[in-house]
Design a protein around this ligand. Structure first.
Ligand SMILES: [Zn+2]
Length: 193
């Protein structure tokens, strides 16, 4: 698949879910490009959580992002993880596991991501977020660079290392992003109380 097809598929997926979540499939998209659409979705995490199609949205967007990442790095670069968003152009920047800084690869951009600072900032914004096991595992993996699965989250809960949050709304147990990141040993542990 060519890079432009993968990019178009990613933008199309983001555009569709913006419209679905706003309840008007025939409406005007909130932005023309992937970054603007991603911003729109990021500001609606709460809506996505409670939307009847929320799980499908997360699955489809995750698949489209993975395809884009494979296109950029090749499937063999499994060790490459999200380092953060470029401070200059907001493009996602990927780098080898454990790297301290990663340079943006967008055309003409010289932005540099400080990985630890970006993750700490993202974590502080997500610190109160609560998600089901599989979703909290995905978010924690991105924020810490450590791979964690939904099964491992459930094991921690079964062994008493992690406590599910009672929201009174969700039938499934949900967990704090900050608590899971703390168990993975990130600087965010101070906010996990
Ligand atoms: Zn950039």
């Amino acid at each position: 698949m060519s890079a432009s097809i993968v990019r178009d598929a990613l933008v199309s997926t983001l555009r569709t879910w913006c419209l679905v979540l706003d309840g008007d499939l025939l409406g005007t998209p909130p932005a023309d490009d992937g970054a603007g659409l991603a911003d729109h979705l990021t500001n609606r995490v709460e809506n996505i959580r409670h939307h009847v199609e929320g799980g499908a949205a997360v699955d489809e967007i995750t698949a489209a992002v993975s395809a884009a990442r494979d296109q950029v790095h090749g499937r063999d670069r499994a060790a490459s993880t999200l380092a953060g968003l470029c401070p200059d152009c907001q493009s996602p920047v990927y780098g080898p596991h454990g790297v301290a800084q990663a340079r943006c690869r967008a055309n003409g951009c010289t932005g540099m991501v400080d990985v630890a600072a970006w993750r700490e900032n993202a974590l502080s914004r997500l610190t109160g977020a609560t998600l089901p096991a599989v979703d909290v595992a995905r978010v924690a993996s991105v924020l810490t660079g450590e791979r964690v699965t939904g099964d491992r989250v459930r094991q921690w809960a079964a062994r008493g290392k992690l406590t599910a949050v009672n929201t009174g709304q969700c039938a499934r147990p949900v967990y704090r992003v900050a608590d899971v990141c703390a168990l993975l040993g990130t600087p965010g542990h101070r906010t996990a109380s």
